[in-house]
Write a protein that binds this ligand. Structure first.
Ligand code: ADP
Length: 410
């Protein structure tokens, strides 16, 4: 904090005679003091509207308005009622007049000719009092600011601890989900091994059993890969390949990856994309992972026999990849949370669907690492969801082409 120079102390002197005002100025003049000179009561009242004065030295005998009248008016005004007043009187004042002066609010009387030492020391007491009052007011203001800052910090730390508690709770839930997800595939694998050990199986039965084992192991591999990725993301260790690739190939690859899950639930998948090739600069494997993840989610969060639409379209130098389903949907208030790590909209439902709540965090990060963005739209529960990934297309590609579309059903 820088110290600003102390504000001046104002002293009002009121006298109808210029030479008296000058004499007062000579006696009182010193650094930090500003004398306000008024030649009449009305002039004094006007000056008092503009300055907070530490002391008023008022001549009693003045034309238009005498000193007592001025003092009474000052006492009747909120702004000036506490200003200490010393009356300056000429010679002998009778007791009654003196009494009227005190009634009007005088703290003292000084007789003319004024003794400069006495005036100086009396005035100094009031200047010092005024400075102390100013200091108390300044400290009170500072205290108010500190108190305000203090409650702001308290509120901030309360919010931080709430966030920490939340993320701690989510991590604990995540560990429980993780244990559950890793254990789940082991039961079918163990049963399959038992079946192989105890039974004479036909060729078809053998293939069926091996398929079960393969699917479960693949599921576990996917989980563990996601876990590894998420830990790389937390440490900023994900590295992307940087090369031009054809989006069409990547879409095909992602669809192949997700087909078993989609087919298992009897969903209908339609794929719509421009027939002209679209080139992207980045990591083909990661973009395929993004699309497959969105397709898998669409399959997971849509009741059996649903509809999933994957569509690719060019939009002003960007390509928009949309994955839309007619599944369980997402409540509007939870839309922004689905990309947060370990966040699952409905825990009970998700446990049975299989998932760790990290897929969309990973997807969002990968899309952003490609200079793109992802949005989610859902009209609410039961109304289906649409995830739209927007990626920049490669600079070498003609951006103004308007390719025609082709639709495939899988
Ligand atoms: P999870 O492993 O649980 O699927 P994600 O990070 O992929 O984790 O998704 C986070 C949550 O977002 C899911 O648990 C689910 O609640 C919700 N979600 C994701 N995709 C969809 C979808 N297509 N329809 C409805 N909800 C979805």
């Amino acid at each position: 904090m820088t110290d600003s120079p102390p504000s001046p102390v104002y002293c009002l002197t009121v006298d109808d005679r210029e030479e008296n005002l000058l004499a007062l100025e000579v006696v009182l003049r010193r650094e930090g003091l500003e004398l306000i000179k008024a030649r009449s009561g009305p002039e004094a009242l006007e000056a008092l509207l503009q300055h907070d004065v530490a002391l008023a030295l008022i001549d009693v005998q003045m034309p238009i308005m005498d000193g007592f009248e001025l003092a009474e008016l000052m006492r009747g005004t909120e702004r000036t009622k506490r200003v200490p007043i010393i009356f300056l009187t000429a010679g002998t004042e009778d007791h009654q007049r003196r009494f009227r002066g005190y009634e009007a609010g005088a703290v003292d009387f000084l007789h003319k000719p004024i003794e400069s030492d006495i005036l100086k020391s009396k005035a100094e007491v009031f200047f010092e009092l005024f400075r102390q009052r100013q200091e108390v007011a300044r400290q009170r203001d500072e205290l108010k600011v500190l108190l305000h800052e203090n409650s702001r910090l308290l509120e901030q730390s309360r919010k931080q601890s709430e966030t920490l508690q939340n993320s701690d709770r989510r991590k604990n839930e995540f560990l429980a989900t993780l244990a559950h997800e890793l254990r789940n595939p082991l039961a079918p694998i163990l049963s399959a091994v038992e079946v192989i050990r105890l039974s004479e199986l036909s060729k078809e039965e053998e293939i069926e059993v091996y398929d079960i084992v393969k699917r479960q192991v693949q599921h576990m591999v996917r989980l563990i890969d996601d876990l590894l990725d998420i830990s790389r993301i937390s440490r900023d260790k994900i590295q992307l390949r940087r090369e031009i690739f054809q989006l069409g190939d990547v879409v095909k690859n992602a669809v192949e990856t997700s087909t078993p899950l989609i087919a298992e639930a009897n969903h209908q998948l339609s794929v719509k994309q421009p027939s002209a090739p679209i080139e992207i600069f980045g990591d083909a494997v990661r973009i395929s992972q993004v699309i497959a993840n969105l397709l898998n989610n669409a399959a997971k969060y849509t009741p059996d026999g649903g509809r999933i639409e994957l569509s690719v379209a060019l939009q002003e130098g960007l390509v928009a990849i949309s994955v839309k389903d007619n599944g369980i949907g997402i409540p509007p208030e939870l839309l922004s949370e689905v990309f947060e790590m370990f966040n699952q909209v409905d825990k009970h439902l998700d446990l049975s669907k299989g998932g760790l709540g990290i897929g969309l965090t990973l997807v969002k990060r990968l899309v952003e690492m490609h200079g793109g963005k992802i949005d989610v739209i859902s009209a609410g529960e039961g109304e289906g969801s649409e995830f739209i990934v927007r990626l920049p297309i490669s600079k070498s590609q003609d951006r103004h082409q308007q390719p025609s579309s082709s639709t495939n059903a899988v």
